[in-house]
Ligand binder design. Sequence first.
Ligand code: AMP
Ligand code: MG
Length: 349
Amino acid sequence: MTLRRSSLRALLTLLAALLLAGCSKPEPYSETIIAFGTLVDVTLYAESPAKADEALRMIESDLQYMHETWHPWKAGSLGRMNLLLPTGGWFSSGPSLLPIIGQSTTLSEQSDGLFNPAIGQLVDLWGFHGEDLPAGPPPEPEAIAALLDQAPRMSDLEIDGIRIRSRNPAVKLDFGAFAKGYGVDRVIERLVELGITDAIVNAGGDLRAIGRHGSRDWRVGIRDPRGQGVIASLEISGDESVFTSGNYERFFEWDGKRYHHIIDPRTGYPADDVLSVTVLHDSGAVADAAATALFVAGREDWPRIAARMGVQAVMVVDTDGGVALTPAMAERIRFESEDAPDPQIRPLP
Ligand code: AMP
Ligand code: MG
């Protein structure tokens, strides 16, 4: 009898151990990687340190590859393309560039050209292409006018299989408004391939998250463009991206005026009607392109462009400090500060 009871206890202990092993919870692992000129924070849940390390090493090399390939002026695939486009002749494209050109062309058309990665020369003229910020002065109006006259657009590119040429010598590609979103999408794809279901990839406040943060949703803060700190937060579960374009990210001051890095392709000058635009969307690429386009569109026109780009959840902070939200964003966002703004709700057309 005694023997039987002790073997039963041993069996129960063994069963409990097996059960515990079977449902052992994945642990979160974090790492910061430098890419796209910013710090990319990756947090992911994996069954073991070895699995987490495998995923983090792969992401690191993917990000490094993307950074080198899509850099507009350093020696790499896009740098080479930007040297060859002004010749007008056909040449073969680096294979990884065709998909990014394809998706950004579609989004550029949907944005009525307000998101326009073909204006690389204008970005150069303002001095925002380099790692260091320009000190001013702003460019000569004649130089801006000369580039506007040439009206570079993504639709000037002609693609035939893997060959490409530009019908307009003024086209210079700059994916600064898009590569982060497109790249974060590729990183999430890679994690899903590796069987990872819960992760967040945060590139300086622009991010995409999948699954959950342990037993709760991922929670992200949105920077207050009117000052320091966080204006609002969002909870994300499932698979969503949050991208913000702001006038505080890269700028210089000249004669008491701020000149920042988001250029209105219609005027050639920094767009000056809003302080920031935040977009929530499944795709990082769409969210990134749309945040830039809606920033350029300004406080009156942004709902029209959002609808054209298939974006539902938007927050816009204008230069008078006013906050506007789409109904879809109003359902999700939570304001943080004591003096929370009284947002205007703007339905999309
Ligand atoms: P973002 O912070 O995503 O709005 O991207 C801004 C960056 O995109 C700038 O630093 C430029 O390299 C580039 N850029 C500026 N204006 C535009 C525009 N209207 N369309 C596309 N890219 C732009
Ligand atoms: Mg953008």
